[in-house]
Each structure stands twice: as structure tokens, then as C-alpha cells.
Ligand binder design. Structure first.
Ligand code: SF4
Length: 201
């Protein structure tokens, strides 16, 4: 029996909790405040689920329980791109029984995590990507999100966002609403320059 919730409903979206691993330690991370969200019991995983365990849970929600779902989202309690291979496998398998859009919520650090270009691997795999920006400069990002890759992380996020635009149709950047208004506006400008949508969450 899997300990820790691997698939949960939040609003009308179905969220996939693939991992608790993350190279960041953001000051605002929800993991610092609560262990659950939506209808999840506990998002801290005793062990990471296999791709087939995740597919089977999604199939149960969509095909058996007929849960009303608008979107399927790889999110966390962690960085889903840590498990890139499984994420791709799951997406391909769930396409067989649902046409709901599939999105990844990510910190945009996949190339540094995997030490290779990862955006091309998402072509035809997911419909949307939301990249957490949260700060308008490398220094501010480092001070807020404490990435293990250091200050180079900020430029890597911008580059990954630019890359992924070529392979995924719907790309947006987001920021948390707790940062100063002038930083939000500067992040908006960065997203516009990259030619992607922008959202304050
Ligand atoms: S990138 Fe996301 S999961 Fe990782 S610490 Fe920041 S908010 Fe939490």
C-alpha cells in the first residue's frame, strides 16, 4: 500500500504528486506550512510511486469514479521534472483514456537537474507548462528560493522557458503574490520579453 497521496483533486484539477525531491528551498513553499492540499491526506511520500501506480490512480478517478476533471497537473510536493522519465511515460499512457489537457508546474530547473537539454523531450507529451519565476533577478531568486545550483539558476530558468516554447503549445510564467509589486511588474516584463503568458498566483 502506497503511503502518501500520489493523485489528488484540488478544485476541478487532478494533481499528480510524483516526488518530494526539489533542488530549491523556497521561503514561500507551501510544504513549510501544511502536509496536504485539496482532498489529499498527506503529500509526504514514504516512497515515490511507479509510473504504473500513478496511471492506475488516474484511470480510477477518470474512468471508474467519473470524477469531473478539467485538467491533469504534474505538480508536487516537490519538483515533478525530477522524475522526467516517469512523467513522460505517465503522460503518454493517460492519453490513451483521456483527452483532458496535461500541464506541468515546474521551477524550470530541469536542465540543471538532468545536466542536459530537457525541453525537446516534452514535445507532444504535455499541453501546458507553468514555470515559477518569483523573482526578477538572479540575486533575488537566490535569496528567495535558495537553489542548490546557485545563482546560475535564474538564467537557466529563463533559457528553459525560451526552449520549451518551441515544444509545448501553452507556456506561462508565474509568481507568488507575496513578492513586492515592483518585482511582480518586472517579472511580468521578463515573461513578455520571452513571449509567454504571465500569472500572479
Ligand atoms: S520549487 Fe516549488 S516545491 Fe520546490 S521549494 Fe520551491 S515552491 Fe517548494
Amino acid at each position: 500500500m502506497q503511503k502518501g497521496t500520489i493523485v489528488y483533486l484540488y478544485g476541478e484539477s487532478l494533481y499528480i504528486n510524483l516526488t518530494n525531491r526539489c533542488p530549491n528551498s523556497c521561503d514561500f513553499c507551501i510544504r513549510n506550512y501544511t502536509d496536504n492540499l485539496g482532498d489529499a491526506d498527506n503529500l509526504w511520500l514514504e516512497e515515490e510511486p511507479t509510473a504504473d501506480q500513478v496511471v492506475s490512480r488516474i484511470k480510477e478517478e477518470i474512468c471508474e469514479k467519473k470524477t469531473k476533471v478539467n485538467e491533469i497537473i504534474f505538480c508536487g510536493y516537490g519538483e515533478p521534472m525530477e522524475r522526467l522519465e516517469e512523467l513522460i511515460d505517465i503522460s503518454k499512457k493517460i492519453r490513451a483514456f483521456t483527452d483532458k489537457p496535461i500541464r506541468i508546474n515546474t521551477n524550470g530547473l530541469a536542465d540543471l537537474i538532468h545536466k542536459k537539454k530537457t525541453a525537446p523531450l516534452l514535445e507532444g507529451v504535455v499541453d501546458a507548462v507553468s514555470v515559477s519565476l518569483n523573482a526578477p533577478t538572479a540575486e533575488k531568486y537566490f535569496n528567495l528560493c535558495h537553489p542548490e545550483f546557485g545563482p546560475q539558476s535564474f538564467d537557466a530558468i529563463l533559457k528553459w522557458t525560451e526552449d520549451v516554447k518551441q515544444y509545448v503549445p501553452d507556456v506561462r510564467m508565474s509568481v507568488v503574490g507575496v513578492i513586492p509589486e515592483e518585482d511582480i511588474q518586472e517579472c511580468r516584463r521578463i515573461a513578455e520579453e520571452l513571449g509567454v503568458k504571465f500569472r500572479v498566483r
